[in-house]
Design a protein around this ligand. Structure first.
Ligand code: PLP
Length: 411
């Protein structure tokens, strides 16, 4: 009676974390600090929040599924400012689809790109390991076989595109890539994006660039976007610059507004028309009020600059406490620490009970390789999402627990 594919969606990381910590509580008199979810706790700008509810006249109207013209223009304007995309390469009204959070868009693009044959092997959905769960869930529900591409510090934490077997590429229908990556914080450069998009065009699959952390970076220059590679390569097989590419952006991280559920994808006119067709059956539209607020957010960069500055200060604290330990590095982007603590689950339990800090075991974000080895097992992911003061408290408490663990090993 129920869709059998759902049986495979049975190890969502936050459920596993709840199971792991079931029955254990932080010691008395300690305020818990949550660093396990990538849910920014900075204040979203008041000018956007005030826009919500300012116009009380449209609650009796269905919001347009394709977004308001002003929203599509604000999204396109952001891509033009941020990545120098020429206006000729991006028609706001044909190439932008507002979606209810990038989670929704990333899921729907699997249904857009994947069409399993009636017989024969399943199509492949490529994704990095570690990966964002929605790539996996979307691929499975669309009828594809997820294939996880290893990443390692030695390869800049990005999948080695040259190592993907040709037979795999032939069956691939979608390839999800995240830059800056969650949790490693690494950023793809222009050559990497060009190579990935060239593969997509050669083998006829959709490259999906999840760039939800695009404005959180700690390098002198902002990370290159996949859309810049498309502009550099020029039109693809169907004559359009964005052929074989979908880019995904959100206000959740850039504007610390995950509660708004507002994001957008950009792609070729054909892909966006088909996505709109698909979404008109599924209808997770954004309310008028949130669209109004989103217009203001996409049109403003100053608030994102301020937020990024606060994240940089948090990494200063992490540098001080963790440099030289746990394979710590200051990432190029994102807002995570990816620490090799030896046993991610054991450390997660101790951080919770002894310091009231909730983090995520790295192995919950990675799949085992063909030999059954899960390279994420020794890691923990720490989301630096609390305000600066709370982050300092949290990281200091964590360092104390780590010191105690080290002292137990070598008394
Ligand atoms: C890699 C990645 N993609 C997408 C999302 C979802 O973002 P949104 O809030 O826009 O749905 C997240 C959220 O944590 C994420 O880490």
């Amino acid at each position: 009676m129920l869709n059998a594919r759902l049986e495979r969606l049975n190890d969502y990381p936050f459920q596993r974390l709840a199971d792991l910590l079931q029955g254990s509580e932080p010691r008395a008199n300690i305020k818990p600090l949550l660093l396990h979810v990538g849910e920014p706790q900075h204040k979203p700008p008041a000018f956007a929040i005030d826009a919500i509810g300012a116009d009380r006249s449209r609650w009796n109207l269905y919001p347009p599924l394709v977004g308001t013209p002003a929203l599509r223009e604000a999204c396109a304007g952001y891509l033009q400012r941020r990545y120098g995309v020429p206006a000729s390469a991006l028609d706001p009204h044909k190439q932008i689809a507002p979606v209810a959070g990038s989670r929704e868009g990333l899921f729907m693009v699997a249904l857009l790109a994947i069409s399993p044959p009636d017989a024969g092997p399943k199509p492949i959905a490529l994704m990095p390991n570690p990966f964002y769960q929605v790539y996996f869930g979307a691929a499975v529900m669309a009828g594809a076989e997820p294939v996880f591409l290893p990443t390692s510090a030695g390869k800049n934490w990005l999948p080695d595109l040259d190592a993907i077997p040709p037979a795999t590429l032939e069956r691939t229908q979608i390839f999800y890539l995240c830059s800056p990556a969650n949790p490693q914080g690494t950023c793809a450069d222009l050559d990497y994006w060009k190579k990935a998009l060239t593969l997509a065009r050669r083998h006829g699959f959709m490259l999906v660039a999840d760039e939800c952390y695009a404005d959180l970076y700690y390098t002198p220059r902002p990370p290159v976007g996949a859309i810049e590679a498309a502009v550099a390569l020029g039109p693809g097989p169907d004559g359009h610059v964005l052929d074989n590419l979908i880019v995904s952006h959100t206000v959740s991280k850039r504007s610390s507004a995950p509660g708004m559920r507002s994001a957008f994808v950009a792609g070729s006119p054909t892909a966006i028309a088909m996505l709109n067709r698909l979404r008109s059956y599924e209808a997770a539209s954004i309310s008028h009020a949130v669209m109004d607020a989103s217009v203001r957010l996409w049109n403003d960069d100053a608030h994102a600059d301020e937020s990024r500055e606060i994240y940089a200060r948090k990494y200063d604290i992490a540098d001080r406490l963790f440099a030289g330990r746990f394979d710590y590095y200051r990432p190029a982007g994102g807002f995570y620490l990816w620490l090799n603590v030896g046993d991610g689950e054991a450390a997660t339990r101790r951080l919770w009970t002894e310091a009231g800090i909730k983090v995520l075991p790295g192995g919950y974000l990675t799949k085992p390789d063909a030999d059954g080895r899960n390279f994420g097992t020794p890691y923990i992911r720490i989301a630096l999402v609390q305000e600066l003061d709370a982050t300092e408290i949290a990281l200091t408490r964590m360092a104390q627990v780590f010191d105690a663990m080290a002292a137990e090993k070598c008394p």
